[in-house]
Design a protein. Sequence first.
Length: 101
Amino acid sequence: MLDRSSSAFDADAADQPLSDAAAGFAKEQLKSFIERIERLEEEKKTIADDIKDVFAEAKGTGFDVKALREVLKIRKADPDQLAEHQANVDLYLQALGMVGG
């Protein structure tokens, strides 16, 4: 739904006709953006399918997919934030008597 009350839609500008060249350029530029986004979305879907296939392959050879996802999450994390998070988890486990300390 187009919100014509937003600042992105200027009613005065809409009433002013664009030159044919400007309109053609804007149309082609818009079409280019849309087509690029569509291609990237398709690539993203293909990559997501490939990742799913790799997880299925790993599971088929006996790896725990949940553990693999956790390892990936840890590898992506900032080391300082990861250390702080782990310290908090350890503290909470200790407070609950779930680990020695």
